[in-house]
Ligand binder design. Structure first.
Ligand code: NAP
Length: 531
């Protein structure tokens, strides 16, 4: 049985950087195990038509190496899925990581051997490994959710989930296609496939707020400037709550007249970016201020969509803007002006079942060649639970988290010593520009392991007390935010039947979170149980 100092689960953005840090800086015998046949994580699996990042390219990537930052050239405002994959391959090559990655192996179980202070993990290819430290870098949005709709197994056509899109080209030309789900993925897929399919029927449960992306080619001047500004950008990304270059101004919606306010919204709308929510400091904090942004977006949609009935369904919002993840789009609303696109409002015409030939709703019966599930993920906790982890005293993670995920800083779990989580529940993760949070986590974990090794320690474990305090901190911050005003939100586990209904990520912003983590490190991890 092969033994390693550290095993990393996943070879996406986080797994690759973690492998580099542990192998090349701490000289630890490290292996990354990846379910896919190549690196990339999220960007390996999400190959659906239109897949693109919502963070601006020059802010989306590693900043730990000036050389890597400056030697890669982003050419578009928002990078496409395969561009990000190329970027990650470029980084992987520079750091020579591939030789320490085992591909095509999915972890099916992990057990902490208390007497040996080792993790024993098994893969679906019957490989068993031992390691002292186990690091979960499996992503926050990797456990796909295909809703349990009656009859799916009887469907004679093919169906796909956006987050597990096949490598082989999916032929959609002249096909009759159903798309279920209108979140970030669905909003990107629809305009792309509407251009090639014979007919696209979109099933919407809840309308989402979406801002135009206004993707464009970057000018030579812009590219040269962001490379020149490397240090400035790196610092900036660490200072803002979301790890983007924009932060929230002090100005309130109510410091301005309606005309002035709409001018500010209009400018941001024309620019197109997630920074629309930062037009004013109170959009994400006060319902009254938020209503002005929601109304602006609603009016834009009503003005874009020709059919008034469809426009109404697309704007029948049941949540304030930003209480769910805001999305960016390229011609999403314009897509509903096409003759080959139909919108079904699941609120009034729910799906009864999937049939051999298609989908039966309360009012209609549809035939489809293909069904696309853009139905999201069992976010944050799902990837960890799928590993079937058993910690100290035979504690199963599934049981330990049955009422809520319990972590300290989102980084470690009581009863699960020497298991570190990157981007896990209880960390800012999905509320940030992800690579910024990833770098912070990887660097914290590396420093912690270095500390333990220098001090010849056997194990580190989060205490129940600190996990309880951390959950309370998250609850307090979430309760004071607009996030809790969303009726169905994957941030709170509402999208998965039976999932505990608690706010999952840490909503206090990256700088505040980073400070807390830094203090814990400076304090030599006193809050943890160290043996
Ligand atoms: P999502 O935001 O969870 O959206 C899932 C969609 O499926 C929602 O419209 C949801 O409706 C619908 N749905 C779920 N279960 C359903 C059911 N049983 N019946 C009918 N409809 C159902 O998932 P996603 O679009 O894949 O995005 C997830 C996250 O991934 C994003 O929020 C973002 O963080 C990330 N992402 C980012 C990008 C990007 O950067 N461009 C692209 C894709 C994804 P409800 O709203 O009613 O729940």
């Amino acid at each position: 049985m092969l033994q390693f100092d550290t095993i990393i689960i996943g070879a996406g953005i986080s797994g690759l950087y973690q492998l580099h840090k542990l192998r090349d800086e701490l000289n630890l015998k490290t292996l990354a195990i990846e379910e896919g046949s190549d690196i990339g994580g999220t960007w390996y699996w999400n190959r659906y038509p239109g897949a693109r990042c919502d963070s601006e390219s020059y802010t989306y990537g590693y900043t730990f190496s000036e050389k890597i930052y400056k030697n890669w050239t982003w050419k578009e405002k928002y990078p496409k899925q395969n561009t990000i994959l190329k970027y990650l391959k470029f980084v992987e090559k520079k750091l020579n990581l591939r030789k320490d990655i085992l591909f095509n192996n999915k972890i099916i179980s992990g057990k902490y051997l208390e007497k040996k202070d080792l993790w024993e993990i098994k893969t679906n290819k019957n490989k068993i490994f031992l390691c002292k430290y186990l690091i979960c870098a499996a992503g926050s949005l990797s456990a796909t959710n295909i809703p349990n709709i009656k009859g799916l197994k009887t469907f004679k056509g093919k169906y796909y989930h956006t987050g597990r899109w096949p490598k082989k080209k999916v032929n959609l030309k002249d096909q009759i296609v159903a798309q279920i789900g209108t979140g970030s993925s669905g909003i990107q897929v629809a305009p792309e496939i509407a251009k090639i399919v014979k007919k696209l029927v979109i099933f919407q449960r809840t309308p989402n707020f979406s801002i135009p992306a206004r993707n464009k080619k970057l000018t030579k001047e812009f590219i040269s400037n962001f490379k020149k500004d490397y240090e400035k950008i790196k610092k900036r990304l660490r200072k803002t709550p979301g790890g983007h270059t924009f932060s929230f101004p002090k100005r309130s919606v109510f410091d301005f007249t309606l005309k002035e306010r709409n001018k500010i919204y209009e400018k941001a709308w024309r620019k197109g970016s997630l920074s629309f929510r930062a037009c004013f400091g109170d959009i994400t904090k006060s319902l009254k201020a938020n209503k002005t942004a929601s109304k602006f977006i609603k009016d834009k949609i009503l003005n874009t969509v020709n059919d008034k009935k469809i426009a109404k369904i697309l704007t029948n919002f049941d949540h304030p803007f930003t209480s769910k993840r805001p999305t960016l789009n390229t011609n999403y609303y314009e897509t509903f002006n096409r003759k080959n696109v139909e919108l079904i409002d699941l609120k009034t015409n729910p799906i009864i079942k999937i049939t051999k030939k298609g989908i039966k709703t309360k009012n209609d019966n549809y035939n489809f060649d293909k069904i696309i599930f853009a139905t999201g993920y069992d976010a944050l906790t799902g990837p960890l639970l799928s590993l079937n982890l058993v910690g100290k005293k035979k504690t199963k993670l599934k049981n330990f988290w049955n009422k809520s995920p319990k972590t300290y800083l989102g980084l470690m779990i009581p009863n699960f010593p020497n298991l570190f989580v990157i981007q896990g529940p209880g960390s800012p993760s999905v509320l940030t520009n992800v690579p910024v949070q990833i770098e912070q986590h990887v660097e914290w974990i590396t420093n912690c392991i270095n500390f333990l090794n220098i001090k010849s320690k056997k194990s580190i474990e989060a205490t129940l007390g600190s996990a309880k305090k951390w959950s309370n901190e998250i609850k307090k911050l979430a309760d004071a935010s607009l996030f809790m005003k969303a009726k169905i939100s994957w941030y709170k586990g509402d999208n998965i039947p039976g999932k505990p209904k608690v706010f999952i990520p840490y909503p206090g912003g990256l700088p505040r979170y980073r400070n807390i983590c830094n203090k814990v490190e400076k304090n030599q991890y006193k809050e943890f149980l160290i043996k």
